[in-house]
Design a binder for this molecule. Structure first.
Ligand SMILES: NC(=O)c1ccc[n+]([C@@H]2O[C@H](COP(=O)([O-])OP(=O)(O)OC[C@H]3O[C@@H](n4cnc5c(N)ncnc54)[C@H](OP(=O)(O)O)[C@@H]3O)[C@@H](O)[C@H]2O)c1
Length: 262
């Protein structure tokens, strides 16, 4: 199962998994037209559940679909997520809450509902797609970072708890990857910074390694792991470097997302 399969890293992950001869996929996101189109284009059997994962009944609907369709689950990729840039003084608790709802609470609630099935299907795996921002925070993304720090911490604990049950828990921490929700135009527009932006396909390969390859943790691109290490061993320098990124204004993309709430 891949959540957030209607675009970006999730869509690329669905393509990557569908290349495996054993793959039978369940795709989850809100935009049903996208999920249907993707399912029909994949070289593997694929069904979908169109749902907003923050809704109360979403975990139960997804669990019922998997149980009815397959009766087992060997890989859960918790990839769906979103970001709305704002300094805390502007976005306040409301912005923290909406990040937590989609990037953390929804992941925890879906995992809770599917864990019995994952245990019964072991060896199985969960991959949580957090972010390098879940290890290193910048101004302007505090709410996003809070949700991804929470996801990373919870994933580390779940790894230890589920190991004896044969459920591997892998963590993927992307840096900058150009996608619909995270276009990274500030970086891709300038040749000096374009190199720092990776592709959804590289993200998908990291998800594959963390899930099927049972890697505990994978930064993508890999050098972003150095930022996380620097945060621990060079806290003063890291803070000084990261202090350049405050959100003075909301990006066009974020404003658009605010309008239609996606
Ligand atoms: N791209 C980056 O630079 C980057 C960096 C670090 C971490 N990440 C993480 O990588 C993951 C994938 O992001 P992406 O870059 O691929 O962005 P994306 O292209 O915007 O994809 C986000 C996916 O999540 C789904 N989604 C969002 N809210 C949802 C909800 N309430 N219920 C169900 N599905 C929902 C979206 O589908 P619908 O709109 O159809 O629901 C979409 O399929 C996210 O967790 C993100 O935080 C990305």
């Amino acid at each position: 199962m891949v959540t957030g399969a209607s675009s970006g890293i999730g869509e690329a992950t669905a393509h990557r998994l569908a290349r495996e001869p054993w793959a039978k996929l369940v795709l989850v996101a809100r935009r049903e037209d996208r999920l249907q189109q993707l399912a029909e284009s994949l070289p593997a059997e694929a069904t979908w559940v169109a749902t907003d994962l923050t809704e109360d009944d979403a975990p139960e609907r997804v669990r019922a679909h998997v149980e009815d369709t397959h009766g087992r689950l060997t890989l859960l990729v918790n990839n769906a997520g979103a970001a709305w840039r704002a300094n805390f003084a502007d976005g306040g608790y409301a912005n923290v809450r909406r990040h937590m709802e989609v990037n953390f609470d929804a992941v925890v609630r879906l995992s809770e509902s599917l864990l019995p099935l994952l245990r019964a299907s072991a060896p199985s795996a969960v991959v949580n797609v957090a972010s390098t921002a879940g290890r290193v925070a910048r101004g302007g993304s505090g709410a996003y970072s809070a949700s991804k720090f929470a996801l990373a911490g919870w994933s580390d604990a779940l790894f230890a708890e589920e190991r004896p049950n044969g459920v591997h828990v892998g963590l993927v921490l992307p840096g900058f990857i150009a996608t619909e929700g995270f276009p990274q135009e500030e970086l891709t527009d300038r040749w000096m910074t374009r190199w720092a932006v990776s592709t959804p396909e590289k993200g998908a390969e990291a998800v594959f390694e963390a899930g099927v390859g049972r890697r505990p943790e994978r930064y993508v691109p890999r050098p972003y792991g150095l930022a996380a290490a620097a945060r621990v061993v060079l806290p003063r320098l890291t803070r000084r470097v990261m202090a350049g990124g405050s959100a003075k204004t909301m990006t066009t993309r974020t404003a658009a997302m605010d309008q239609d709430d996606r």
